[in-house]
Design a protein around this ligand. Structure first.
Ligand code: LAG
Ligand code: CA
Length: 448
């Protein structure tokens, strides 16, 4: 198997949750110009009908036709993104089909729970011997991989028929030009089964990020999946929430030495669509915490970062607004879309991430537990104040003297800065004060 870490020099992934293909095609020019290397999109396969976002995860057939658009629109999106230098990572479901008893999918295919005409019959599914077939013991590897996750018909991924079907489906997406996959419910499909599928694909060396939620304890661990791609480090998501919500971001200092997934195997994020609905950090978090957590995530050298960009919701089930067509204002959301990927602070930090590259963590300092600052070699320096009060002191930056544009608050535009200007003297910011609930980030790519 040749799965690899995000290829190229621009690694940051924008997860445009539920944006339809036409709107992603349109947004890719902006993403490419602003330093994103990849865009992650919702599943492309036919799924059940309904207004809820999660209908996408109940597969009905492998027609490339979903609420997000047709195959032609998908193809057009991939091409537009490629032209903009942005690779498309598509959410793919190898584990299961639908969970409801019967119905008709969004492309007109009829099905019952264990019968998908011309695709699968009841022999193609696992029945794990538990009542209702659902996973009950989450530390039991057999159950995790052979029982049903939320009643979703569990594919017999060890069978050659199922494998061949999944290979053909995945090859179709490869033909359409995708750069990689977010493998849904990856933990629920045995590594051996995934290896068998991946090794037969017509293109090797694509990017894979596996959704393997870390549970602790027995059963399957995220480390088991590093031989088939990047793995999502869910302990990171939890730590971000706890650090920013509980007023202790100083504990983030040793994050890369925690014994978690290796940095070059970990895909990390402040939120994903499940987590933002589960009380973790989100656009709803108070005191700029979502932006501050991204100031950390995009400057601290651990993992490949994904920026989750979603839409406003009241009810957890709420589907995307306005015909699933994502829209933004220049640096903010529009029509119910949050457009976190465009927020001045987050887009500024993506440029910071690209500029500092592999430069080492340097000059770490902290005030109280809610105030941290550090540099990346002599290329970038960031100060994060997650507390209420201002943080004033002399910061040693490691940067060359001169004037810099703070990319958390603004953007360099010609010789001026649309945000704060920061002056480094003798390598330091002397008696410098950072207000509460804000960050300051400077780098050599935004020197004035
Ligand atoms: C995932 N990763 O492993 C997705 O990130 C997660 O969002 C998916 O669940 C899950 N796997 C299955 O692909 C989502 C919703 C569920 C929803 C499911 C299927 O979080 O709530 O389940 O998609 O649509 C829904 C109902 C369940 C019901 C099930 C089957 O909420 O009560 O049992 O449908 O009918
Ligand atoms: Ca399974």
């Amino acid at each position: 198997i040749q799965a690899r870490s995000t290829p190229g020099s621009k690694h940051v992934i924008a997860n445009l949750f539920q944006w339809n293909w036409d709107s992603v095609a349109n947004e890719c020019a902006w993403l490419g110009k602003n330093g994103y290397g990849f865009v992650q999109v919702s599943p492309a396969n036919e799924h059940i009908q309904g207004s809820q976002w999660w209908t996408d995860y109940q597969v009905v057939s492998y027609k490339i036709q979903s609420k997000r658009g047709s195959e032609a629109q998908f193809k057009n999106m991939v091409n537009a993104c490629q032209t903009a230098g942005v690779g498309v990572i598509v959410d793919i479901i190898w584990n299961h089909m639908a969970g409801i008893d019967s119905g008709t999918g969004v492309a007109g295919s009829s099905f019952t729970h264990y019968n998908y005409p011309n695709i699968y019959t009841q022999d193609d599914f696992h029945y794990c011997g538990q009542p209702g077939n659902d996973i009950q013991n989450w530390s039991d590897t057999f159950q995790l991989q052979n029982c049903e996750l939320a009643n979703l018909a569990d594919l017999k991924t060890e069978s050659s028929k199922v494998r061949t079907t999944l290979i053909n489906h995945t090859n179709k997406l490869i033909d359409l030009g995708v750069a990689g996959f977010r493998v849904d419910a990856s933990k629920h499909v045995a590594v051996a089964d995934q290896k068998a599928i991946m090794s037969k694909l017509k293109k090797q060396g694509l990017y894979y990020t596996h959704e393997v939620v870390y549970e602790g304890g027995g059963g399957v661990t995220s480390y088991d999946y590093t031989s088939i791609g990047d793995v999502q480090e869910f302990r990171y998501v939890t730590l971000m929430r706890d650090a920013f919500n509980n007023g202790n971001i100083a504990q983030l200092q040793g994050l890369k030495d925690k014994g978690w997934l290796a940095s070059n195997k970990a895909n990390v994020f402040v939120a994903n669509h499940d987590r933002e609905r589960g009380g973790y950090l989100s656009y709803k978090s108070p005191s700029n915490r979502y932006a501050l957590a991204h100031a950390f995530s995009l400057s601290y050298p651990y993992g490949t970062p994904t920026v989750f960009s979603g839409y406003s919701f009241n009810n957890n089930d709420d589907g995307a607004p306005t015909g699933n067509y994502g829209t933004c204002n220049s640096n903010s959301g529009a029509n119910g879309w949050q457009c976190q990927h465009r927020w001045t602070s987050i887009a500024g930090m993506v440029a910071f991430y690209n500029k500092v590259g592999t430069a080492a963590l340097a000059n770490w300092t902290q005030g109280n537990n809610n105030q941290i600052a550090y540099g990346r070699g002599n290329v970038g320096y960031v100060i994060i104040n997650n507390g209420d009060a201002a943080w004033a002191k002399t910061f040693t930056t490691g940067l060359a003297d001169g004037k810099y544009c703070d990319v958390y608050s603004g953007k360099k535009s010609g010789t001026t800065c649309t945000g704060k200007t920061v002056t480094v003297k003798s390598g330091k910011l002397t008696g410098y004060s950072v207000p509460g609930h804000t960050a300051v980030a400077i780098h050599t790519g935004a020197k004035l």
